[in-house]
Ligand binder design. Structure first.
Ligand SMILES: [Fe+2]
Length: 211
């Protein structure tokens, strides 16, 4: 049985960029709902792995779309809360800063591409900064519940949820404004740098969903 992990910040700490009302719904209703359905799906089987990451892989192997959607959405949301910071953080330096410069030319160009990918993403999904085992970074966007953790050798560093439920209360249909607030005011670059270190260590030490 998986439990809804508490937010790593006070529910009102991200306002006005992400309101308490949004988090009450997004965390307390949407994320909790995925976990409830996941647990219901797992109740009937005795071979359920203890780690959520292994449940996601099991669902992929068995081509079980229902299990995958709820397991992956449970994981993606847990990772999204870690991707948020109550205080605006300076842009990354060190190894992550260098990897971003190498991949995009500059942090400003990286920002432009991240916002563009998020704005252009059709319908529900996620925008991610991910790294390979060599530390090289790239942006990917995934549809619905799809998650980069199913790709071998890929470690996610940061994600932004672009499902409408992530922003409609605060920004209505203005996804671009939400993405700018996420990138400029909320993105947890310290967490992304820790994940980048994990990528360089072959994924060891990266964030895992609490068991
Ligand atoms: Fe969401």
């Amino acid at each position: 049985m998986f439990k809804l992990p508490p937010l790593p910040f006070d529910q009102g700490a991200l306002a006005p960029h992400m309101s308490s009302d949004t988090l009450a719904t997004h965390h307390g209703k949407h994320h909790a709902g995925y976990i409830k359905k996941l647990n219901t799906a797992l109740e009937s089987r005795k071979d359920a792995p203890a780690a959520l990451e292994d449940v996601v892989q099991l669902a992929v192997r068995e081509k079980d779309g229902g299990l995958f959607n709820n397991a992956a959405q449970t994981w993606n949301h847990g990772f999204f809360w870690q991707s948020l910071s109550a205080e605006a953080q300076p842009q990354p330096t060190g190894k992550l800063g260098a990897a971003i410069d190498k991949a995009f030319g500059s942090f400003s160009s990286f920002r432009d591409e991240f916002l563009s990918r998020g704005e252009k993403h059709f319908a529900s999904g996620w925008v991610w900064l991910v790294a390979g085992a060599d530390g090289a970074v790239k942006i990917v966007d995934t549809h619905d519940a799809a998650t980069p953790i199913v790709e071998a050798g890929v470690t996610p560093l940061l994600t932004c949820d672009v499902w409408e439920h992530a922003y409609y209360i605060d920004y209505k249909n203005d996804r671009a404004a939400f993405l700018k607030a996420f990138f400029d005011k909320l993105a947890n670059w310290q967490f992304a740098a820790q994940q980048h270190e994990a990528a360089l260590a072959g994924g060891k030490g990266g964030w895992t969903f609490p068991t």
